[in-house]
Design a protein around this ligand. Sequence first.
Ligand SMILES: [Fe+2]
Length: 217
Amino acid sequence: MIIKHNNIFPTFVSEFDLTGHESNSLVIEKIDTYYKKKDPTLYNNNRERFLNEPDLVELWKTFQECCDIYCEKANIKPVIVGSNWVNALQLDDNLRAHTHPTSVISGVYYPYIESEDTPLTFENIASPIIKEHNIRRIMRNVDNTAGLSKKDYEVNDMAFYPQNESLIIFPSYLNHWVNPSATHKRYTVVFNTLLYSERKAFQPYIRDYRIEPHEDK
Ligand SMILES: [Fe+2]
């Protein structure tokens, strides 16, 4: 008897170390200003367009490059950076579980985070279904399947401890959250994406700054 066990449907979450990026201190300065002034008209009158600031174009380009690498590696169609915004968590602040609907992949950049801070946690996409179908009970008898142990099948979620000046890219459908922050300062720049082929429909709000200027001539 020939038996083949297959472990299917892996999920890609990628980490990019952007230490020393030229825009890092400017980003921190802008987030400081945003939260000090509490002025919703800062950054193009729209909190969701932070990265479209002309002086942040190099950071936009870097995020776009990371998206291109992710899409190539994950074998998905090219995307372009879309809506984006900043977030600052203070001690005990948390982020409730959520997904980013309508986006393809999403990214979160940490211009400032302390090493002992709370992780970003992703839920196993299969967890709700596994619970619903009570598969766990059956799995009790599984010793080794496709090179995995029973423990590997019991992963409900996975915690990522973000490094300062790093970017994490993940599929937007992944449910994720941050438990109460353990430090006084946790800054993030978050972005969503759309298919590159659909970008024209969203101009002038979404541009490819590698080939399109901020202002129309
Ligand atoms: Fe999120």
